[in-house]
Design a protein around this ligand. Sequence first.
Ligand code: ADP
Ligand code: MG
Length: 217
Amino acid sequence: MSFTLTSQDYVNYLKIVHKKIFENGDYISSLDAATGDGDHWSNMNMGFENLTAAGDELKNMPIDAAFKKIGMIMMSKIGGSSGILYGGAYMAASKVISGKNSINSQDLCNVLEAMVNDMIQRGKAEPGMKTMIDSLYPAVMAYKDALKTQTDDRETMLLVKQAAIDGAEATRNMEAVKGRASYQLNKGVGNLDPGAVTMSYQIECLCDYIIDNLISK
Ligand code: ADP
Ligand code: MG
């Protein structure tokens, strides 16, 4: 039996991520100051602040409509590359769960896959280019593998979370091909990509939320 994730759950999760991003402000800003222009944390924090504020509206929508609205908020409220990439990703995600009021584990995997595919297309990037994709892509691959091998939900979430964390960590040794780090002489080698780190926070919080609240112990 798969878990069921509702819009109310998603709003609860968004609040948890906002807290995590908010609390790591100095750290994320320092990562983007090292390889970019220093605004990644304020961009993301502003986006999640607006999502949290829209929680009452979002929680009463079917999940497909909630994702579309989240995409619109992210597109309009997050500045920089992240706003366009996350905005587009959530809108693409809403299409693959069209007509659904809530989603199960296979739907969630489809959502994350639609997101990463949209990011790859929109940003003209691929895995290995030192971007947020380097955390999301391995998480999606781990999720697909786990579903194929009928791994239980708890183990699946743990594998997805670990793949996202490891993916973000792997950006340290990558040379940036896309984004501002690619303008640096050393292509950002030695530093983590800030977008990959905030992506891993989101996947971590989502997996933990599902384990703690939607999977029976
Ligand atoms: P900006 O680079 O416009 O200042 P942000 O600071 O909000 O935007 O976001 C920077 C992050 O965006 C990078 O750390 C990287 O993860 C991600 N990024 C930048 N360009 C791309 C791209 N073309 N494809 C995917 N991700 C990208
Ligand atoms: Mg920036």
